[in-house]
Ligand binder design. Structure first.
Ligand SMILES: [Ca+2]
Ligand SMILES: [Ca+2]
Ligand SMILES: [Ca+2]
Ligand SMILES: [Ca+2]
Length: 274
């Protein structure tokens, strides 16, 4: 369940961050509307102004249009900056001896302080810690710490996460994931219907033997990492806002579809595609 939770959290987090990054940090402070609807209108105008100010930063080749690639790169960059900031904050909380790194003892102490750190969890976290510690100095740097909380970002973590996941879902302990087991984990909250689950399962089942082996499960992880999600999201956003169907977005197309970039439903389908 922890890994599934991780997938869900990642998706939810991404939804929030993508839109927050594009909208700018203080939009949440603006009241939604007043009885005359004037505040709502001025909200929209503020969001449009912010969007306009971001466009030149996204438009890497400076041709005045935003391509899927430019949008995806911007989104991924924003997400990664957020992960880095998050890891720096966590590090300063965990690093009790102030050497700028997190030892296993410091990490475990932090988990204990948050409450209910069972022996099983300790074992699992320890295994993650070992894999995240790329340079094997027994300490996690801020960059290595990202792998603990966002293992989908680091291919060196895929093996251990698949192990964890299989411990939870491989009900018949055959080291393969059947469609029923997969469906049970992706469709159990009503967010993915049977048909979508079947399609995504088929995509992952590369050797077509009707079950997922560990290597195929790693593809699943690769599909939820920031770059993949950013690419999917950028494709959807461009197709939703590209009024003249030339495959890129002009400033006017972006501003005319402010909702596509500043909130609402975008990101909703990320998990459905897994
Ligand atoms: Ca461009
Ligand atoms: Ca330390
Ligand atoms: Ca297979
Ligand atoms: Ca266009």
């Amino acid at each position: 369940m922890a890994s599934l939770l991780l997938f869900l959290l990642t998706c939810i987090l991404c939804r929030g961050i993508y839109t927050a990054e594009f909208r700018g940090p203080d939009a949440a402070d603006i009241p939604k509307s007043d009885p005359k609807g004037q505040t709502a209108r001025s909200d929209k105008n503020k969001e449009k102004t912010k969007l306009r100010s971001v466009i030149p930063l996204v438009d890497k080749n400076g041709d005045g249009k935003i391509s899927v690639q430019e949008l995806a790169a911007w989104t991924a960059k924003s997400m990664k900056a957020f992960y880095k900031q998050e890891a720096d904050n966590r590090l300063s909380g965990l690093d009790t001896n102030k050497d700028g790194k997190v030892s296993w003892e410091e990490y475990a102490k932090g988990a204990e302080n948050r409450g209910a750190f069972t022996e099983k969890q300790r074992k699992r976290e320890r295994r993650r810690f070992e894999h995240a510690n790329v340079n094997k100095d027994s300490l996690l740097s801020s960059d290595e710490l990202i792998s603990m909380f966002h293992p989908e970002e680091s291919p060196n973590m895929f093996g251990v996460i698949v192990e964890e996941f299989m411990e939870f879902v491989d009900s018949d302990k055959r080291c393969f994931l059947s469609f029923d087991e997969y469906k049970g984990k992706t469709a159990d909250r009503g967010n993915t219907d049977q048909r979508t689950a079947k399609e995504s399962f088929k995509r992952l089942d590369q050797d077509n033997d009707g079950r997922l082996n560990k290597e195929e499960m790693k593809l699943w992880l690769a599909a939820v990492n920031t770059s993949s999600q950013a690419k999917n999201q950028a494709q959807r956003q461009v197709s939703m806002a590209d009024d003249n169907k030339d495959g890129v977005l002009s400033e006017m197309e972006i501003v005319n579809h402010v909702d596509v970039f500043t909130g609402g439903r975008e990101g909703q389908t990320v998990r459905d595609e897994l």
